[in-house]
Design a protein. Structure first.
Length: 847
RNA sequence: GGGCGCAUAGCUCAGCGGAAGAGCACUCGGUUUACACCCGAGCGGUCGCAGGUUCGAGUCCUGCUGCGCCCACCA
C-alpha cells in the first residue's frame, strides 16, 4: 500500500470528514474496548474516504495525570525513593523520560490493528501547543468569572494526596456501623447517629429540623460534647430529615459536605481534625491515629463513658473510593480551583436539545440531559506534579494574577506560581479543537471543526463528552465540537460479565491478532456492535470471523481461477441468465442496505447482511450456478465471468471498511488497480429487481433443497448421481433451469433404460414439479412414509390456521388487501401440498 | 433513595402490530476438483409471569418477578 492515503489535505476541495481518536492514556495498552472503538472509527473513516471525503482521523494520547504519576512513583518506590527525594523538576523530567522509553505502547498496537490514522497529525495533551490551549482557555474562563478559587469540601484521596472531582469517585456499598451517641446530659441531652464516630472531634453543632416537636425545646440551647468537653449549639436546619435515625445530626463542617453547608448557614466554625494523610490532628489521646484506627478508639472511649446508646452492625451504606487506587475518599475542607459549570452545562444541553449534536442511540440523550442539568461545580485543581500547572501566579499579598500564554510570567522573588496542576479531563475537554491548532485559527481548525463524529463508550458520556461539549461550545463561540456522537457498548465476557483483571476473564486483543488476524478480530467486533448495546465476546466469535475471511478468500480465488474479471463489460440483461440477473439484483439491494446501515451506525446489522450475502447467496448458490454456466460454452462462460467480476468487485469494496487487509489483496488482484482504500464506495443502480428472475431462483432453491432432503432421507451418498426426469418445470416457472437443478441436486439425465423408482412432487408457488428418480429399488419406504406424515401434519396445520383467519369476518373487513392476499396464497399452497402428499401416500400403499 | 434498560432456540443476540429468525453449539451423512477454517440435511422456542387494548400482540398499555447499568452529601 502506498503511503499517503491516510493523510488529510487541508487544502483539498473535497468535503471534510473528521474523527479525533479518544486519546488513550500514555500508560495504557490496547484492550478490547479500544479494539472495538478503533474498528468502528476505522470503518467509518474508510467508508467516507471511499465516498470521496477528505478524511482526517487524528491519533494521540492523554498524559493521564494521576495514572502516570502513580506508575512513575511506583518505579521510584522500587528504588527506595519518593518523588519528594527528587523534587518537582527532576520528577517531571523523570516522567517525560518514562514516556519516551515505555509510554505509548498502544500506538504500535494500533498499527497492528491496521488503524488508518493520520500519523502526521499525532498529538499529546502535554504538547507545547496543546498546553497553550489549556492556558488560554483557563485565562478566558477566569476572566469571564467561570473559574474561581474557593475553600470548599472536596473529595480527597489520602493515598494520592490530591483532590478528586465527583467523577473520579466511585461509590460502593460497604459495611459500616451506625452508632448512636448521647451528647449532653439530662433533659438537655440529645442522641445523634453516625457512621464516622471519629469526626465528632470536629463537631461544632448539633442540628435538628425546625418543626420537630421532640427537639423544639433544645433549639438555641447548648450541649456538651463527650470526650472533648467542648460546648456546641443546637441549631435548626431544614436539611435535617426527622424520620432518619434519631432526627438529630452531629455537624462537622470541615469533614462533611452537608455539614459544611449547615455550617455556612449558621456561621459555625469549621474545625479541621485530620491532615492530608488521614491522620487525626486534634489534640488529645487520638492525635496521630489513622482515621480507621481512630474510629474504634473513639467508640471505645465513648462506651467507657456510657455514651453509646445503640449500635447497628453491619450497616450497609455508600462509601466513595478513589477511582485510581480504591482508597476510601475523605471529604476535606480545602482551597481549590473550580469551574462554574451551570452556564456551560446549559449550553451543552441546548446543543443536543436543538439537534446541533445528535446522540446515537437517541435513548442515551436522556442520560446526557440528566447529567448536564444536575452538574455540580467542577473541582479542577490536583495536588500532583504531572500535568498542566495552573497558570496562576500569586503576588506579594497573595493578590492573584492570571497569566495566559501571551504574557510572560511575572518575575521577582515575591511571585510564586500555584503549585497545583489541572485535572486531566480539563485538557481532554479541549481535544476536539486543541488538536487542530486552537487558539490559532489554523487551516485544520477551519476545516475539521466541528468534528464529524465522536466514537466512544457510553460509560464516559459524562466524564468526557459533556466536558468537550461545554468547552467546545465556549471556546468556539457556540459551535458544537461534533455533529454526531456514537456511543458503543461495553465488552463483556461470554457470560455477560464485565472484563476485569480480578475476574481473570480478560481477552487480550493482541492474542486474537496473533491467532486470528486483524481482519477477523475487527470483523468480530464490528459484527457485535449495535448502538449503545453491550457485547458478550467469546473465542468462538473470532474463529467464526476467521472462517468467514477464509471463505471470502477461497471464493475470490475460485472466481479469479475461473477468469472473473472487471475488465469484461457486464452484458445487457437480455443476454443474462436468471441466476445472473438475480445475483446482480441482490448485489444492488445489498449495496443499498449496507450503505444505509453504515450510515445509521448499525455496524452489527451491516456485517450480518454482508456475511449472509457472501456465504448464503453468493457462495452457496451463485458460485454453484456459475460453475454450470461456465461449463455451458464460451459465450455463456464469458458473460458469467463478467458478472462474477462485477459482484465480487462490489462485495470487496463493501467489505473493505470492516475487513481491510484481505479485501485489499483480493481487490487489487481482481481489478489490477492500486488500492481499494481509494476505490469508490459502491452506489446502488436503483434499477428495480427482476421479479421473474427472483421468483425463479427462489423456486429453484426450494426445489433443490427439497431434492437434497429427499436424498438425505433416502440415505443416498452425497456424491452419488441419480438418474432423474423432471416434468412441470415450465408450469412452476422454472423454464430452462433443468440443468441447474440437475447439477445442484446431483442428478443426472435419465438414460434410455430409465425405470422410475420413486416419484417426488414439489409444490412451488406457481405450480408443481414432478421428479421421477431411478433409485433401482433402494428407496427406503419407511423413511419416506415418516417424512410424508410429518409434512402432512405441517401442511394441515397451516391450512387450518389460514382458514381460521380467512373465516373471521372482521379480518376480511379490517386487514389490508396485501395481507389478505398473502394469507390466501398460503392457504392454496397448503391445500395443494396436502393433495400431493395424500396422493403419494396412496401410491406408496400400492407398492 | 432517584433514573434508565433488559428478560425470544443450549449460548450470544436480531425482530418491535400481520406466516417465530441468525450466528455459534448440537444430531445425522459426506474424498461433491474454491474452501473440512468445508459441504448437505436436520433437531431445537406456549417470545419471564398475570391482566388489558386489537379482527390480530415477542411486537402497544398496566401490574408483578428476576437481572443489569448509571446517578446519589440521609448523618
Amino acid at each position: 500500500m502506498a503511503a499517503g492515503y491516510f493523510t488529510a489535505d487541508s487544502a483539498s476541495a473535497k468535503p471534510p470528514f473528521c474523527i479525533v481518536i479518544p486519546p488513550p492514556n500514555v500508560t495504557g495498552s490496547l484492550h478490547m474496548g479500544h479494539a472495538l472503538e478503533h474498528s468502528l472509527m476505522d470503518a467509518l473513516t474508510r467508508r467516507r474516504r471511499m465516498m470521496g471525503d477528505d478524511v482526517l482521523w487524528l491519533p494521540g494520547m492523554d498524559h493521564a495525570g494521576i495514572a502516570t504519576q502513580n506508575v512513575v512513583e511506583r518505579e521510584l518506590a522500587g528504588e527506595g525513593k519518593s518523588r519528594h527525594d527528587l523534587g518537582r523538576e527532576a520528577f517531571v523530567e523523570r516522567v517525560w523520560r518514562w514516556k519516551a522509553e515505555s509510554g505509548g505502547m498502544i500506538l504500535n498496537q494500533m498499527r497492528r490493528l491496521g488503524d488508518g490514522v493520520d500519523w502526521s497529525r499525532e498529538r499529546f495533551t502535554m504538547d507545547e501547543r496543546l498546553s497553550r490551549a489549556v492556558q488560554t482557555i483557563f485565562k478566558r474562563l477566569y476572566e469571564d468569572g467561570l473559574i474561581y478559587r474557593a475553600e470548599r469540601i472536596i473529595n480527597w484521596c489520602p493515598r494520592c494526596h490530591t483532590a478528586l472531582s465527583d467523577i473520579e469517585v466511585e461509590h460502593s456499598d460497604d459495611e459500616g456501623e451506625l452508632i448512636s451517641i448521647r451528647y449532653g446530659d439530662g433533659d438537655s441531652s440529645v442522641v445523634v447517629a453516625t457512621t464516622r464516630a471519629e469526626t465528632m472531634l470536629g463537631d461544632t453543632a448539633v442540628a435538628v429540623h425546625p418543626d420537630d416537636e421532640r427537639y423544639r425545646h433544645l433549639i438555641g440551647t447548648e450541649v456538651v460534647l463527650p470526650l472533648t468537653g467542648r460546648v456546641v449549639p443546637v441549631v435548626a436546619d431544614e436539611h435535617v430529615d426527622p424520620s432518619f435515625g434519631t432526627g438529630a445530626v452531629k455537624v462537622t463542617p470541615a469533614h462533611d459536605p452537608n455539614d459544611f453547608e449547615i455550617g455556612q448557614r449558621h456561621q459555625l466554625p469549621a474545625l479541621i481534625i485530620m491532615d492530608e494523610r488521614g491522620l487525626i490532628t486534634a489534640h488529645g489521646p487520638f492525635q496521630g491515629l489513622d482515621r480507621f484506627e481512630a474510629r474504634p478508639a473513639v467508640v471505645a472511649a465513648l462506651r467507657e463513658q456510657g455514651r453509646i446508646v445503640a449500635e447497628k452492625r453491619p450497616y450497609l451504606h455508600a462509601v466513595g473510593h478513589c477511582s485510581r487506587c480504591d482508597t476510601v475518599v475523605e471529604p476535606r475542607l480545602s482551597m481549590q480551583w473550580f469551574v462554574k459549570v451551570a452556564p456551560l452545562a446549559k449550553a451543552a444541553g441546548d446543543a443536543v436539545r436543538d439537534g446541533r449534536t445528535t446522540i446515537h442511540p437517541a435513548e442515551l440523550a436522556k442520560r446526557y440531559f440528566d447529567w448536564v442539568d444536575n452538574m455540580h461545580d467542577w473541582c479542577i485543581s490536583r495536588q500532583l506534579w504531572w500535568g498542566h500547572r495552573i497558570p496562576v501566579w500569586y503576588g506579594p499579598n497573595d493578590k492573584v494574577v492570571c497569566v495566559g500564554p501571551d504574557e510572560e510570567p511575572p518575575q521577582g522573588e515575591d511571585w510564586r506560581q500555584d503549585p497545583d496542576v489541572l485535572d486531566t479531563w480539563f485538557s481532554s475537554a479541549l481535544w476536539p479543537f486543541s488538536t487542530l491548532g486552537w487558539p490559532e485559527r489554523t487551516a485544520d481548525l477551519d476545516r475539521f471543526y466541528p468534528n464529524s463524529v465522536l466514537v466512544t463508550g457510553y460509560d464516559i458520556l459524562f466524564f468526557w463528552v459533556v466536558r468537550m461539549m461545554m468547552f467546545g461550545l465556549y471556546a468556539m463561540d457556540g459551535v458544537q465540537p461534533f455533529d454526531h456522537v456514537y456511543l458503543h457498548g461495553l465488552i463483556r465476557d461470554a457470560s455477560g460479565k464485565k472484563m476485569s483483571k480480578s475476574r481473570n476473564n480478560v481477552i487480550d486483543p493482541l492474542s486474537w491478532l496473533d491467532r486470528y488476524g486483524a481482519d477477523a478480530t475487527r470483523f468480530t467486533l464490528a459484527r457485535g456492535a449495535n448502538p449503545g448495546g453491550d457485547m458478550a465476546l467469546a473465542e468462538d466469535w473470532a474463529a467464526g470471523s476467521r472462517n468467514f475471511c477464509n471463505k471470502l478468500w477461497n471464493a475470490s480465488r475460485f472466481a479469479l481461477m475461473n477468469g472473473a474479471s472487471t475488465e469484461l463489460p457486464v452484458p445487457d440483461r437480455a443476454a443474462l441468465t436468471d441466476a445472473d440477473r438475480w445475483i446482480l439484483d441482490r448485489t444492488d439491494a445489498l449495496v443499498s442496505e449496507v450503505d444505509d446501515l453504515f450510515g445509521r451506525y448499525q455496524f452489527g446489522k451491516a456485517c450480518e447482511a454482508l456475511y449472509h450475502f457472501t456465504w448464503n447467496e453468493f457462495c452457496d448458490w451463485y458460485l454453484e450456478l456459475a460453475k454450470v454456466q461456465i461449463a455451458a460454452g464460451e459465450e455463456r462462460a464469458g458473460y458469467t465471468r463478467a458478472v462474477l467480476g462485477h459482484v465480487l468487485d462490489v462485495l470487496l469494496r463493501l467489505l473493505h471498511p470492516v475487513i481491510p487487509f484481505v479485501t485489499e489483496v483480493l481487490w487489487t488482484a481482481l481489478t489490477g488497480r492500486e488500492s481499494v482504500v481509494v476505490a469508490d464506495w459502491p452506489k446502488a443502480t436503483g434499477v428495480g429487481p427482476d421479479v421473474v428472475a427472483a421468483n425463479r431462483i427462489d423456486g429453484l432453491q426450494r426445489l433443490v433443497t427439497e431434492l437434497r432432503r429427499f436424498r438425505s432421507d433416502q440415505l443416498l451418498k452425497p456424491g452419488q448421481r441419480v438418474p432423474a426426469q423432471m416434468s412441470g418445470m415450465d408450469g412452476a416457472g422454472l423454464a430452462g433451469l433443468e440443468s441447474a437443478v440437475t447439477a445442484l441436486a446431483r442428478l443426472e439425465p435419465a438414460t434410455e433404460s430409465f425405470t422410475s423408482g420413486a416419484s417426488l412432487e414439489v409444490a412451488l408457488p406457481d405450480g408443481t414439479v414432478t421428479v421421477e428418480v431411478d433409485l433401482s429399488g433402494t428407496v427406503d419406504v419407511e423413511a419416506e412414509r415418516k417424512r410424508l406424515s410429518k409434512d402432512l401434519a405441517a401442511a394441515q396445520k397451516e391450512l387450518a390456521q389460514t382458514e381460521a383467519k380467512l373465516g373471521n369476518p372482521q379480518f376480511a373487513d379490517r386487514a389490508p388487501a396485501d395481507v389478505v392476499a398473502k394469507i390466501k396464497a398460503r392457504r392454496e399452497l397448503a391445500a395443494s401440498e396436502i393433495a400431493r402428499i395424500e396422493a403419494r401416500i396412496r401410491a406408496l400403499a400400492g407398492t
